[in-house]
Design a protein around this ligand. Structure first.
Ligand code: ARG
Length: 278
């Protein structure tokens, strides 16, 4: 029998995809010739939000803006550790204006320690907090110099990882934290090794010898874009192979349909900015 996994209550910031569309191409999943429906995206997103609430988490919402179809991917707009907010700076000009809307949301909601980055930084798209260190991806979006900037602003150790497969352009498409820990080697993570350079794979192996290693099948359906509260793991409905592996380790897979959002190259985690109050 597995040890009982203990969930912790989370606070998330999400943005309803009222203006969702695929109008431009900034990752290999986006195809503007394929039909997309903002209504279907809204229904799937609502189900995701309600799933978090059902699991006991708090979900706050930011107002979506016309002309910013990717704003639903809130994870790209802020990294919050111990109540300190590091904003974002997008690589693609099409998304640049999102950063300011989120900065303002944090200001209006009483956050006082907010820093906007100088370097290109797509926030939790490329940053994953393990409870001890911030795992930081680079290769496609976030500038490697943003890793040092995040370390300085947030005051947490940063471990840089190189992404090498354009389909897994953000760290959160290739890795997520299952259970945080204040002792690095005890944090539980799952990752898709092929998305990382050989050196970064060795780093992951060294830091997390007990990690779950995902397969290509898991990665292709955005299974690595999961959201865990330490027990319940929200996954795309197709990610049943990975869900079974996690269940065997004592986690509870919770499936959601994100097929419409995937047309823009996003999944559950991309829609979910975690606010760690500290
Ligand atoms: N179309 C968006 C982009 O390419 C998708 C972002 C997905 N977000 C994420 N955290 N991986 O920027």
């Amino acid at each position: 029998m597995q040890a009982m996994r203990v969930p912790t209550t989370r606070r998330y910031l999400m943005c309803p995809p009222r203006h969702f569309a695929v109008d431009y191409v900034i990752n290999p999943w986006m195809d503007p010739t394929q039909p997309v429906s903002a209504d279907v995206a809204m229904a799937q997103w609502t189900e995701l939000r309600d799933t978090y609430r059902r699991l006991g988490h708090t979900v706050e919402e930011i107002e979506p803006q016309p002309g910013l179809p990717d704003m639903v991917f809130a994870a790209n707009s802020g990294t919050v550790v111990d109540g300190r907010v590091l904003g974002s700076r997008f690589r693609a000009p099409q998304r640049a204006a999102e950063a300011e809307h989120f900065r303002r949301w944090f200001v209006e909601h009483g956050y006082r320690d907010i820093t906007m980055p100088e370097k290109i930084n797509e926030a939790e798209g490329d940053f994953a907090w393990t409870g001890t260190v911030l795992l930081a991806g680079t290769g496609f979006r976030t500038d490697p110099a943003a890793h040092a900037e995040a370390q300085e602003v947030l005051g947490v150790p940063v471990v840089s990882l190189n992404l090498v497969d354009p389909r897994y352009y953000h760290l959160d498409t290739a890795l997520f934290v299952l259970a945080e820990a204040t002792d690095t080697t005890r944090a539980q993570i799952v990752y898709y090794p092929e998305a990382f350079s050989a050196g970064s794979r060795r780093v992951l192996q060294r830091l997390f010898p007990d990690a779950v290693q995902a397969t290509r099948e898991d990665a292709e359906c955005f299974g690595l874009n999961g959201v865990s509260d330490g027990r319940n793991v929200v996954l795309p409905v197709e990610a049943t192979r990975l869900g079974d592996v996690l269940a065997a380790r004592g986690y509870e897979p919770v499936y959601v349909d994100i097929s419409e959002l995937r047309k823009a190259g996003g999944g559950p985690k991309c829609c979910t900015l975690e606010i760690r109050k500290g």
